[in-house]
Design a protein around this ligand. Sequence first.
Ligand SMILES: [Zn+2]
Length: 108
Amino acid sequence: MSAATMDLKERLLQELEETLAEIARLEKRLEGKGDYGLGTGDPNIYEWEMCLALKQRAENKARSLQIALRKAEQGDYGICEVCGQQIDPARLAILPETKRCIQCAQKR
Ligand SMILES: [Zn+2]
């Protein structure tokens, strides 16, 4: 395993850890729903819904990161799932969990 792959795995693991910590944080905040009551127009409800949306996004990201980690272990990380080309390292640096190259991502 090359040094670059090690760095990459560490980076993915760190990102995954942060994402899981964020999910835990959001779950704590979501527990408070019972206190708000269910009156319409309660601003707390909007905040609760925002937390829920953030949590769902974080969960998706955690899943993608886990897939990326598995790929890193198999040595085929950074390959576009659509066209099979190598994904630009600059793109991976910003979006380590991405599964598509910039061209394929833009086609959607
Ligand atoms: Zn592609």
